[in-house]
Design a protein around this ligand. Structure first.
Ligand code: DOR
Length: 293
């Protein structure tokens, strides 16, 4: 099945389905494989200003309807640029994080000319000094976004759902010059082992992804669509063509898929794609935001 390319937030994608950050996005080879398996674009694991080992384990708990993680942003930092050299002009979006606007600008600069765009991770729910401590603060979101957007690369901003008013954060990203909003990162959560009488994760708290958070993600996209004029990329628990259609009706013009790839395998892209474009014969241009009004 051949699909038409779509341009969203300054990035041209092969179709509307992207690999979400954090899943399979750690090497050039795995990113290429996901593209070959039908993803319209891929987002890398988040890269930060210094190499990082991440949190002590256990870092992942597989739940019936989702995944709880506290990886702690492990990444090789600048060395990751080597993974991108073979990817040419493929639709690869590099996820980046930093502790302040200067660090965001520094990391972003490493990838100039090497990636189709950047996704600012302002939203990890459990990384001290990074992520959500920035992403809940509209002023910091605006400053970090501006520090990157002024470098001239497409700048997507991934938001946390762990706020009272996500529209205030979306508007801050818009003021900072973002080219698209990605909604949402994981929901802050925890489980306790009743046998051990201790939290399941080494870090105690983590982020919940997967089917359990799909309704939260739909609500966030719906609210952002009413408040912002940027393109929105829906993310959170999408595992079927019907989920993609629902996200688009809420206002998303593309989607990112993560936990479903982890739970099943990378064939989910081909399966959802065939179902979406062939069986359901969907024309996204007709349904985006149609649940409003
Ligand atoms: O749930 C998450 N886990 N979100 C992030 O942004 C980062 C990741 C991690 O590395 O812990």
């Amino acid at each position: 099945l051949r699909t038409e390319p779509v341009t969203i937030g300054g990035v041209t994608l092969n179709n509307h389905l992207l690999l979400a950050a954090g899943v399979l996005g750690t090497t050039g080879a795995s990113l290429s494989r996901v593209l070959a398996c039908g993803a319209g674009g891929v987002v890398t694991k988040s890269i930060g200003p210094q190499p990082k080992d991440g949190h002590a384990g256990p870092c992942i708990a597989l739940l019936d309807d989702g995944i709880l993680n506290a990886m702690g942003l492990p990444n090789p930092s600048r060395e990751f640029t080597g993974e991108l050299s073979g990817l040419g002009s493929k639709p690869v979006i590099v996820s980046i994080f930093g502790g302040d606007p200067e660090e965001f600008a520094e990391v972003a600069g490493w990838f100039k000319g090497m990636a189709a765009g950047l996704e600012l991770n302002l939203s990890c729910p459990h990384a001290e000094g990074y992520g959500a401590s920035i992403g809940v603060n509209p002023d910091l979101v605006e400053k970090c976004t501006r520090a990157v957007s002024t470098l001239g690369m497409p700048t997507w901003v991934k938001l946390t759902p762990n706020v009272t008013d996500i529209t205030a954060i979306g508007k801050a990203a818009e003021r900072g010059g973002a080219s698209a909003i990605v909604a949402v990162n994981t929901v802050k959560a925890m489980r306790i082992s009743t046998a051990l009488r201790r939290p399941v994760l080494g870090n105690r708290y983590g982020g919940l992804s997967g089917e359990a958070i799909f309704p939260v993600a739909v609500r966030c996209v719906y609210e952002l669509y009413e408040a912002c004029s940027l393109p929105i990329i829906g993310c959170g628990g999408i595992s079927s063509a019907d989920n993609v259609i629902e996200m688009m009706m809420a206002g998303a013009c593309a989607v990112e898929i993560g936990s479903a790839v982890q739970k099943h395998d990378i064939t989910v892209f081909e399966t959802i794609k065939n179902d979406l474009y062939a069986k359901k014969g969907i024309d996204p241009a007709e349904i985006i935001g149609c649940a409003h009004g």
